[in-house]
Write a protein that binds this ligand. Sequence first.
Ligand SMILES: [Zn+2]
Ligand SMILES: [Zn+2]
Length: 342
Amino acid sequence: MYMKKSFFFLSLLLMGAGCASIEPAESIPETNSTQIEDPVSVDVDDAQTEPVVQDETATSQDSSEDQTDTSSVQVVDDNTNIVGSLFTTAQGAVDTRSLSSPARNSLYSCTATKMGTALDRSWVGEDGVIALADKPVVEGSIDWESSLNVAVDSAVRLITGNGLPDHKTGGFPVRPGSEASSYDRNPNRISSYSLSYEIPADPVIAEEPGCLPMGPIGVMLTGAVFYNALDADNRDAVANEVFDACEGHPQDRGQYHYHHLSSCMDYEDGIGHSPLIGYALDGFGIYGPFGDDGSVITNADLDECHGHVGMVEDENGSILEIYHYHANNEFPYTLGCLKGEK
Ligand SMILES: [Zn+2]
Ligand SMILES: [Zn+2]
């Protein structure tokens, strides 16, 4: 059974000429902002009460482009409440496994050859099992005006928006004194920016899989991007870093992003194959954790890039047999490499 969900409504996006960029937004590696031993003073009161929903405080890549986004506020989903997590545990990676080639249960990194040494986290076992329910959560419940537009023009799928999620987020910077701050004192605040990606509408499997950069590797239909499974020191971000209740956090320029499946995405609850939840930058779709029979997809079901060929429903409700990625609760959680031609 294929669950149809109206995950987006096309609207006229009033774009300035500057928004017509066909290049992916600049890849923004995360800074090593998570292990601050001696916190600097930040104005957290301001951050807790004033969500950055418009451009005046955005640290975007191009502020001139941002000016146009205010006219296209668009709701992409009615999923606005933080909901419980599907998984209570995840299989993380706490060894220094190779990242230098495509392999199941790892990822093929463009920037690192092996994983960094894992930190001692009380919620991670020696076997790498992450007790998600025991992980501190960045507190807060802040609403955002998300904008996301997905349009197809012949061979191209154009994804534009303001980068903000359509669900609530925690309060960033992380509040000093909170439980989360004792592990991961993320000093960044969430900002809108001009999100613009042009990806293949009909992606083709490449002869050789491609490596994953740091920074965005795709866009979720929540309106926010997702990164690969690594933090700035090439550790398992899910094991090491602390996120909000929707499994997201901002990097140093305010870009809100996920490193794995968010409980605030619409992935359905085991009633047949999960619906589309986003697009990878090679054009292939990414789906939630459930396979055809409604059971959770494991890495053993997937190839080295964390995908497989199967019957899925596309954004128009059409059923087609195509390669697609799955987000699940096993490292590397989303993509292991890029399967599509560049
Ligand atoms: Zn991150
Ligand atoms: Zn599938």
